[in-house]
Design a protein around this ligand. Structure first.
Ligand code: ZN
Length: 170
């Protein structure tokens, strides 16, 4: 496995809609593993393929990175073509992004959701997500649609590009 370079705003790959995967090939399995390693090293709780310059609908998430409880087991999700099939409730979160360093913004997201997609071994995945995991899925799917956290900010805030670093890096 190897660490990948995380591309930063305003790299144009971050603004493109990523393409669906037909089948998770062995190359894409390697990509998913390298993405996980890159996410852990950052550290962040999620990473989408466009963030490593690959415009494909793949993301990795492990929200246990943000949970400092001792002995907490990791829970790595590696998924292709994630789609939100159900969602409800609302949650506010102070979000950051590995591709937009030193920028955080309070977002309103769905609190609960069900996501479906394809696993590393081409099986159908169905994941129920709450709290930070739900926020992380929405953040990563935004990346796959070419949407960035900074697009949610007012133009003034975008200009100021706040120099705070208190949110989680997704
Ligand atoms: Zn991000």
């Amino acid at each position: 496995m190897s660490l990948l370079q995380i591309v930063k705003y305003p790299n144009p790959v971050l603004k493109k809609r990523a393409v669906e995967i037909e089948k998770v090939s062995s190359e894409l399995v390697l990509l998913m593993d390298d993405m996980a390693e890159t996410m852990y090293a950052a550290p962040g709780v999620g990473l989408a393929a466009p963030q490593v310059g690959v415009s494909k609908r793949i993301c990795v998430i492990d929200v246990t990175v943000a949970d400092k409880t001792e002995g907490k087991k990791s829970n790595l999700i590696q998924i292709a073509n994630p789609v939100i099939v159900e969602s409800e409730g609302e949650i506010e979160w102070e979000e950051g992004c590995l591709s937009v360093p030193e920028f955080t913004i309070k977002t309103k997201r769905k609190a609960h959701m069900v996501v479906e997609g394809l696993s590393k071994d081409n099986k159908k995945l169905r994941i129920e997500a709450d709290g930070l995991l739900s926020v992380a899925f929405q953040h990563e799917i935004d990346h796959l649609d070419g949407k960035l956290l900074i697009d949610r900010a007012s133009s003034i805030k975008r200009e100021m590009y706040l120099k705070t670093k208190k949110g989680v890096m997704i």
